[in-house]
Design a protein around this ligand. Structure first.
Ligand code: DGJ
Length: 712
């Protein structure tokens, strides 16, 4: 390879090196991995023998337009000057400072300046990438494809892709495939990231074992609208992954002088498999939380599963009383509290408490809840509108609609065009009225239907309006307003479960609702997938009744508590029907959770096994504390137990000091770190004992071998 310009970005433990290609005017990946990986010939270098394709097609390019890269997939497709398409650019300079890098390329014929932008994120192993596109000519540009970036991973036998799939009530299912050749693509054109795929991907060389030692590359797209992630296994022994928003309704039009920034693509690396990569993402999401990270996430009670749309003050207060007795800290009234909301056919848009359900006034009701020692929270679905609402009668033009076409209902409702400033102002005004009118400290923002007829009558051709970006901008503007005008309010993000979970939402909310499915064994799998991409301090999780709405496979109350304690604990059961023993047990779990939630929310997570194993768990070890919390679950059949001889199940812990001594706070059992790492923590399951929360305290005074008398 001839010498060329190179730039290296360094994170806590990784380097990301980009070079100007020796083969043409484009940037390409030189090295990405642990610090120092850039010292040596690039592992992405290639033979330079191209047959039937161009060098740009074979290069590990960071970003190339159609035109310059004709055959193997371009990140940018631009129409300009009448019918011409394609971009051929020249390198126009680099700027690097301590936190980032900008590489500019210009095409004077098209009138386009493209800047590839890179930024490191302090305290993490994440490099953010995005692209800025400026129309420098006299004519408008039509951006038909405008990805955020591409990354290339060298592989020996294709790639193992790990991704998170599902549908409503089955979100975040951990899924893998071996991509030897060809294209894998996932995404959403539902105006939100959707339930089918999370905008997140992990890539490994499939020739390496999936045991926590394989170098693992991850990307995640910060965009609450339409998106895609596409991986292409190339003939030359590399997998190239492109990601970005999808201008599904047409092209994005860039007028002369305008600059557009694509969504940010977060790129993460870990040498410790997908489990290690999860820790990189968790740390990044803690960074996104900013100062709010250290606010205690309260134990909530939510009445949705208990009362559905039948919200009456007396029933809610009965629930609130029991919730307070067992130790909940905030009470959230879900759907059904506002006028016209007897079921899902009406009410959305008319955000006024229903006087028939709160006969002594809503303010009085909120005060009654607060007198029990609980904070008060409310559910809203601000983008939604019922066709028979007063809001719809007053503003039929606020709804997405295609002229002369019928509007379709999904869940009996329509969707407000949140890209309109007047609609955003209405939503902001609604929030301000509710949040200043009542002492509300918790807001659950739900969204239960995707846009179907995407048009804005009277505003011109919809294929030039970029309604997707308009909706995203409106959504983020309202969330930002909540943060600045009502900083005391905890915001939960929800879209019919986990339909809108990505970094833009996570940066502006405190918790998210991964799925409506709270059935224990289903939830275990959902949380297992979720924790690969997202941190426990954002993972809202409820204990609900058994058997649940979704999953009749019974599990103990302990199982349901330990599972919900793996994130931000909430209760969603109908507590009115719980007997004294159940309530007492719940109170014990909640008290225990309050003692250990700091470790769960701020500790380093290690996923122990998978929900397909008979025993699996999650380990949380707080870096600067002496405590490790392990949630252990029995997922399997217990035929014959405990009548047949057998040994307890074991979960081998990780990341502990082998020479240190650890004590189980409940049983007093002592273990050496070596024992926990080598043999593992024992779990003697029985038919009734199917989950355990173990709190291990590191004994600061004792290291080295333990007194054999205390050995299990
Ligand atoms: C969907 C949410 O995911 C549920 O938790 C609940 O809030 C319902 N909507 C209410 O309609």
């Amino acid at each position: 390879m001839t010498s060329c310009e190179r730039w290296t970005l360094r994170t806590e433990h990784t380097s990301y090196t980009v070079r100007l290609s020796p083969d043409g005017p484009w940037a390409e990946l030189d090295a990405w991995g642990p610090l120092g990986v850039e010292d040596g010939p690039s592992a992405l270098d290639w033979s330079r023998r191209t047959h039937f394709i161009t060098p740009a097609d074979a290069a590990p390019a960071e970003y190339l337009p159609q035109g310059q890269r004709p055959f193997t997939g371009a990140e940018l497709v631009v129409g300009h000057s009448g019918d011409q398409r394609g971009v051929w650019w020249e390198f126009a300079g680099a700027e690097q400072d301590a936190d980032g890098l900008r590489l500019a390329f210009t095409d004077d014929v098209a009138g386009l300046r493209t800047t590839l932008c890179y930024a490191t994120v302090p305290g993490t192993d994440v490099v953010l990438r995005w692209t800025e596109l400026t129309c420098t000519g006299d004519g408008e540009l039509r951006l038909e494809r405008l990805d955020s970036g591409a990354v290339t991973v060298p592989v020996a036998d294709g790639a193992r892709l790990t991704y998170l799939t599902g549908q409503w009530s089955q979100e975040f299912t951990h899924t893998q495939l071996h991509l030897r050749r060809g294209t894998f693509s996932m995404g959403s054109i539902q105006g939100v990231p959707g339930h089918a795929y999370a905008p997140w991907l992990a890539v490994q060389d499939a020739a390496l074992p999936d045991d926590g030692t394989a170098p693992t590359y991850g990307i995640a797209l910060e965009w609450s609208g339409n998106w895609h992630i596409t991986a292409e296994a190339e003939p030359g022994g590399a997998v190239r992954v492109r990601a970005g928003r999808v201008p599904h309704e047409g092209a994005v039009v860039l007028q002369p002088g305008q600059t557009l920034a694509t969504p940010r693509l977060a790129c993460a690396f870990s040498p410790e498999g997908t489990d290690g990569l999860a820790r990189v993402w968790h740390r990044y999401e803690r960074h996104l939380g900013g100062d709010r990270l250290h606010r205690t996430r309260k134990v909530l009670y939510n009445s949705w599963e208990a009362t559905g749309f039948d919200v009456h003050a007396a029933d809610q207060l009965e629930l609130a009383k029991v919730a307070a007795d067992i130790g909940a800290e905030v009470f959230v009234v879900d759907d059904g509290w506002f006028t016209g909301r007897a079921d899902d056919t009406g009410g959305l848009g008319d955000w006024y408490p229903d006087p028939a359900e709160f006969p002594r006034g809503f303010g009085r009701f909120v005060d009654d809840v607060r007198t029990l020692g609980l904070g008060f929270g409310l559910w809203v679905e601000p983008e939604a509108i019922s066709p028979n609402s007063r809001l719809h009668a007053e503003h039929p033009d606020w709804v997405y609609r295609v002229e002369d076409r019928p509007g379709r209902l999904v869940r009996n409702q329509l969707l407000l065009d949140l890209g309109r400033t007047d609609v955003q102002d209405f939503v902001i005004g609604t929030f301000d009225r509710l949040l200043t009118g009542y002492p509300i400290e918790y807001l659950k923002w739900d969204m239960n239907r995707p846009p179907t007829e995407r048009g804005r009558p009277g505003a011109g051709p919809a294929d030039r309006l970029d309604l997707d970006a308009g909706h995203v901008a409106g959504y983020l503007r309202v969330l930002d307003h909540l943060r600045t005008a009502h900083p005391h309010v905890t915001v939960e993000g929800c879209a019919g479960g986990g339909g809108r979970i990505e970094h833009a939402t996570l940066a502006r909310t405190d918790v998210v609702w991964p799925s409506d499915n709270t059935a224990p064994l289903d939830r275990l799998a959902i949380q297992h997938g979720f924790l690969h991409a997202h941190a426990p301090h954002v993972m809202s999780s409820w204990v609900t009744d058994s058997p649940g709405v979704f999953d009749p496979r019974p599990r103990s109350l302990a199982f349901r508590f330990v599972l919900a304690m793996c994130g931000v604990l909430g209760i969603g059961a109908d507590l009115r029907s719980w007997n004294a023993d159940q309530r007492a047990e719940a109170a014990r779990w909640i008290a225990r959770y309050k003692e250990i939630r700091d470790v769960v929310h701020h500790g380093e997570v290690r996923l122990l096994g998978t929900p397909k194993d008979p025993t699996c768990g999650v380990q949380y070890t707080e870096a600067h504390s002496s405590r490790t919390v392990v949630a252990g679950f029995s997922t399997g059949v217990l035929d014959g137990a405990p009548l047949v001889p057998g040994r307890p199940a074991r979960l081998r812990l990780r990341g502990l000091d082998p020479a240190a001594a650890y004590r189980d706070e409940d049983t007093g059992t002592h273990y050496s770190g070596a024992h926990l790492l080598h043999y593992g923590l024992p779990f003697a399951w029985t038919a009734d004992h199917d989950a355990r929360l173990v709190v291990l305290t590191r004994d600061q005074a004792r290291t080295g071998p333990l007194d054999p008398a205390h050995h299990p």
